[in-house]
Design a protein around this ligand. Structure first.
Ligand code: CU
Length: 156
């Protein structure tokens, strides 16, 4: 019993300490908008996740990965177009930094979360939880909506 109480006390201490490390402001946080996954046929082994991530902390935040029980692996990708060949290809990014007050947009044709090997059906009935992982240990759970892909989004 003593250990249970002790562990709880330790957890509360850790939470207070991590709060002090970042800043005194109550509003400090990572805000997310427009989190969505384009619907894909069930046979597809890789889907994409898009969202806007705004850094309300007073320091630069570095996105270093993501994880989800719905996928075997989630990696950060950037789509880039080769100027010589005009071919688009995806480059894995180990980290992406977001300056204080800035918004990182993960959009079709740019940065995205590559969602590999779905473990469950990904259809429009569901919200898909994905946890964003930051280099300093901060985590943000995001619910992604599965939506039909609209072709006009691809045009730019
Ligand atoms: Cu990709």
């Amino acid at each position: 019993m003593w250990f249970v109480i002790s562990n709880r006390f330790f957890s509360v201490g850790l939470i207070l300490f991590s709060g002090m490390l970042t800043s005194c402001s109550v509003q400090d946080d990572i805000a997310v908008d427009n989190a969505w996954i384009p619907e894909a046929p069930p046979s597809v082994s890789a889907l994409a996740g898009y969202l806007d991530i705004t850094n309300h902390f007073s320091n630069t935040m570095t996105l270093s990965g993501a994880e989800s029980a719905f996928f075997k692996e989630v990696v950060l990708h950037q789509t880039v177009v080769d100027r010589e060949t005009d071919f688009a290809r995806m480059i894995e990014q180990s980290t992406v930094t977001i300056q204080a007050g800035q918004t990182l947009k993960l959009n079709p044709g740019g940065y995205h979360l590559m969602l590999l090997n779905p473990r469950q059906m990904i259809n429009t009935e569901r919200l898909i939880p994905i946890i964003l992982l930051f280099e300093n240990g901060y985590q943000k759970k995001v619910e992604f909506k599965v939506r039909p892909f609209r072709l006009h989004l691809e045009a730019n």
